[in-house]
Ligand binder design. Structure first.
Ligand code: NDP
Length: 448
């Protein structure tokens, strides 16, 4: 609950201005709530208007993206880039192509990104972008034409020292390749302006795996430190079957767990013998198919319509890796009832506030998104370093750096939580640790 007068005033102002952006309000409320002890202890933040400035993006760019489909018909989508905060580095954050994208969704993602990037300890500010374009059912040529049209406008606003986008939902290697090609053509410049690039043109080894692997490194470390436990022998429920879900499944299996589910926006599959990841990869990465196909190919596996049902599958550990607000109060209660003890978030803001309250009430180990899924942007930061050095690290080197960053995020979060009287609270700790660095940089740089 918000009790600090300054925090309340700032939140009221956000509500007044952005009342029509529910996801953004949700993200801001959660952060402000946990920052109250910090604000109380540091009057300089109020004196410098840090919170008012933190919740207001430095710049929001909204643009028309016109392109021609395979039938020769003109299509118009909306493009966005929210350059939220550059106190500790160039804006950094992914691009999402999904019909649910609007300004509020991009703002919630950009806001979260500020603190997430800060937690990695790499010099990256916060930003996010995307479009309401839906690549589902589009041909490669249509996706290419859309990406070219999108980048034609976006290229005016980004640059290797200004703003470095990456992938997110529905923006993977194919889209990043088309976007990079168009930026190079327009600017006549070969630079590390995007991350998640192909290995042939400046990409980093382990970037594809980074968010999913990082999620498991984070979860394993939190389990070790807080519960003296590990993934070994655990049953794990994972939602989604995209980039994050696939590589979270791979690492969890490698660490000795049995992952029993995969899902997409239509439904989920349950495989009591453990998900065969080669089949999921063949369906999703091989021919962009639907997860339903898994149950048709694997004897003993079941398909259920409706993705929310995945949270009724009994497990020890749940790793939501699909989208925002995918676990509501009822789903959280179902998880707890069936014995789940750990929820660590691969997706951004996958748990509603009511779901988080259920985790807290029942003493679950809860690893919030901005800490648990920071591995993707961490390796994006490492890709930027390699581009600047004009060299490439091996997979093992990059993976080792990723693991060490994820472990230090757990340590940083626990230390910050302890300092402010919230011992063991990974959510409060992540918000506080991420915030303090950004806030101090904002104070040092003056009123901007
Ligand atoms: P992908 O596009 O690769 O996969 C997304 C998966 O989630 C698909 O299985 C998709 O199913 C499912 N999904 C998407 N929207 C919905 C919805 N509204 N309801 C149910 N299922 C849905 O994206 P990523 O794996 O990259 O991203 C997943 C999550 O992880 C997002 O929240 C993203 O912001 C977050 N994230 C990603 C990072 C990255 O490096 N890629 C970094 C940090 C966070 P379908 O195919 O049916 O749409």
């Amino acid at each position: 609950m918000l009790t600090n007068e300054y925090v309340k005033r700032v939140y009221d102002q956000v509500q007044k201005r952005d009342g029509d952006q529910p996801e953004f309000l949700q993200a801001v409320y959660e952060v402000l709530d946990t920052l109250q002890p910090v604000i109380a202890k540091h009057p300089e933040y109020e004196a410098n208007g840090v919170l008012e400035r933190l919740v207001e993006p430095e710049r929001v760019v909204k643009f028309r993206v016109a392109w021609v489909d395979d039938a020769g018909k003109v299509q118009v989508n909306r493009g966005y880039r929210v350059q939220f905060n550059s106190a500790i580095g160039p804006y950094k954050g992914g691009l999402r192509f999904h019909p649910t994208v609007n300004e509020g969704v991009i703002k919630f993602l950009g806001f979260e990104q500020i603190l997430k990037n800060s937690l990695t300890t790499l010099p990256m500010g916060g930003g996010k972008g995307g479009s309401d374009f839906d690549p589902k059912g589009k041909s490669d040529a249509e996706v290419m034409r859309f990406c070219q049209a999108f980048m034609t406008e976006l290229s005016r606003h980004i640059g290797q020292f200004t703003d470095v986008p990456a992938g997110d939902i529905n923006v993977g290697a194919r889209e990043i390749g088309y976007l990079f090609g168009q930026y190079k053509r327009i600017r006549d410049e070969y630079s590390g302006v995007l991350t998640g690039k192909g290995l042939e043109f400046g990409g980093s080894l382990a970037r594809t795996e980074a968010t999913g692997y990082g999620l498991c490194y984070y979860t394993a470390e939190a389990l070790r430190v807080l519960k003296n436990d590990s993934f070994e022998g655990k049953t794990v429920v994972i939602s989604g079957s995209g980039n994050v879900a696939i590589f979270a499944t791979e690492k969890a299996q490698e660490l000795g767990a049995k992952v029993v589910t995969a899902s997409d926006s239509n439904g989920y599959v349950y495989d009591p013998d453990g998900i065969k990841l080669d089949i999921v990869k063949d369906i999703k990465l091989g021919h962009r198919g639907r997860i339903k196909e898994y149950a048709e190919r694997v004897p003993g596996a079941e398909y259920h319509e409706g993705c929310a049902g995945v949270w009724t599958v009994p497990c020890d550990i749940a790793l939501p890796c699909a989208t925002q607000n995918e676990i509501d109060e009822a789903s959280a209660e179902a998880l707890v009832k069936n014995g789940c003890k750990v929820v660590c978030e691969g997706a951004n803001m996958p748990s509603t506030p009511e779901a988080i309250a259920v985790y807290q009430k029942n003493g679950l180990l809860y690893g919030p998104a901005k800490a648990a899924n920071a591995g993707g942007v961490a390796v994006s930061g490492l890709e930027m370093s390699q581009n600047s050095y004009r060299l490439s690290w091996t997979f093992e080197e990059t993976d080792a750096k990723l693991k060490s960053i994820m472990e230090s995020i757990v340590a940083e979060s626990l230390a910050a939580a302890k300092e402010y009287g919230e011992e063991g609270d990974l959510m409060a700790g992540a918000n506080i640790a991420g915030f303090v660095k950004v806030a101090n940089a904002m104070v040092a740089q003056g009123i901007l």
